[in-house]
Write a protein that binds this ligand. Structure first.
Ligand code: URA
Length: 231
């Protein structure tokens, strides 16, 4: 009941005590009652509870938390999920501690793995503030690939200049990459001599934050999950 977000674990126990839960038509009296979600029909007040095998969440990650399931020192992205939705879920890829933005979290290991597979090339778009002036030549360099110390040059990336502040020597840009190498965006800008001072992922594939407030999480719709599966 709690995994299907019908109620918290303690509320679920109360629902059972109040005789509001049935399994295959028979009243459930024991909070420890086991069920096979593929076969058994669990009802609340006579209404069947739809079973969902996996959960797919989008978090607007704030800066200051690490992309991990647990950490002894820092707050993790999992701390932003409701209690009943933490077990078995893991982030899809990672954002640095100081990076904000769109992070998918799921317990569908196959989808998690496939979205990160090198051949998959899911586009990820970042908004960044940069120290230095980004130029047209940099747009070409990003398109052609950069040597960031990996075996291969980076795959073609799309760089768009949003705003240049000559006086402050800062630039605002959008960059779309299809890989996910360690600190990739920061390393690409380091390579052109312009360090990143702020980084936020605004799109993952076709998904965007669409007004989701920082620190908030939402479940993906089944249409969104199907679209992700077709990448
Ligand atoms: N690139 C980075 O440098 N950091 C991130 O968190 C994501 C992409």
């Amino acid at each position: 009941l709690s995994q299907m977000q019908v109620a918290t674990r303690s509320e679920s126990k109360k629902l059972i005590k109040m005789k509001r839960i049935t399994k295959n038509g028979a009243l459930v009296t024991d909070g420890g009652e086991k069920c096979d979600p593929q076969k058994d029909c669990i009802c609340l007040d006579g209404h069947p509870i739809a079973y969902q095998e996996y959960h797919y969440l989008m978090l607007h990650k704030p800066a200051g938390c690490v992309t991990a399931t647990e950490d002894r020192r820092d707050k993790t992205v999992m701390d932003y999920l409701p209690d009943n939705l933490r077990r078995g879920l893991s982030p899809v890829g990672r954002l640095d501690k100081d990076t904000e933005g769109l992070l998918l979290i799921t317990d569908d290991g196959a989808l998690n793995h496939s979205l990160l597979a090198p051949g998959r090339h899911v586009p990820k778009t970042y908004y960044a503030r940069i120290h230095g002036i980004v130029t047209e030549a940099d747009i070409t360099a990003f398109k052609n690939g950069l040597d960031i110390g990996e075996k291969k040059m980076t795959a073609p990336a799309t760089l768009k200049i949003l705003h240049i502040a000559e006086n402050e020597q800062t630039s605002e840009i959008l960059v779309t990459i299809t890989e996910g190498k360690f600190h990739q965006v920061k390393r690409m800008f380091e390579r052109i001599g312009c360090p990143v001072t702020f980084l936020k992922r605004v799109e993952f594939g076709f998904l965007n934050l669409d007004g989701l407030p920082t620190g908030e999480v939402r479940e993906l719709s089944s249409e969104e999950v199907e679209k992700l599966q077709s990448y």
